[in-house]
Design a protein around this ligand. Sequence first.
Ligand SMILES: O=C(O)C(=O)C[C@H](O)C(=O)CO
Ligand SMILES: [Zn+2]
Length: 280
Amino acid sequence: MTISVSVRQVVGPQDAARRDTQGLRDGFVIEALFRPGEINLTYSHLDRMVVGGIAPLSEALVIDRVPETGTEQFLERREAAIVNIGGSGTISVGGKDHTLGFQEAIYIGMGEGPLAFSSRNPAEPALFYFLSAPAHRVCPTVHITREMAKKVVLGSAEESNARTINQYVHPDVCESCQLLVGLTMFEPGSVWNTMPAHVHDRRMEVYLYFGMQEATRIFHFMGEPGETRHVVLKNHEAVLSPGWSIHSGAGTGRYAFIWAMAGDNMSFTDMDKVPMDALR
Ligand SMILES: O=C(O)C(=O)C[C@H](O)C(=O)CO
Ligand SMILES: [Zn+2]
């Protein structure tokens, strides 16, 4: 079984503003998240969020001990949330199987032990998007269906940003220590996310873009409001967003994205909106 872990150090705003395109990608973009038959983890030092892609084929893939955490078991002092954006698959948590369909999620509490991931049909593998942050208490493991997600409708067709935010791991849906996770979907023809932009220095965030055609690209905007930069992303690429950075994107075609946050509070609405005049 293959499990790989890459570590991302923290990049500050002045450093980011001086980086060229490849430098920005090296600091913030996670490419090729899903590798067939592999567990691919990125350990970010932004709130120690772990971001991963798990794509099991005929063999189950297991997360147990990951040396980067310095603990005997990965979940010993961590919680996790997983959203399946592929075919049906099963996650065994503490000996109990949970089958997740497309766009179903699971919150997994601290101390649940090893996790085993499998696909129902290797020809149509599950694509488990994996998120984990340090935890300080045990919260119950919960299988979260699409119906259970709390819906927030935002934007308008006139502004090309009519969309629904589906909040999966959110205090109104299930308990967690610091993870907040959701999935934003667009009305046909709407392409802008998170504009007007915001920052929240109290929490980091990570976006995974998916549901895109091969040639579709996202122009993802980042940086301090007065020093914006962009990175161009394709399907199944993720981008890390420090608390000082805006995180907004426009697609050349249809897409959806999963956002996840960790940090000092769990209040989704605790964000500092950026006036359009402040953007440079
Ligand atoms: O479409 C949006 O707007 C979002 O989904 C915004 C994210 O949820 C976010 O940035 C939360 O802080
Ligand atoms: Zn945000």
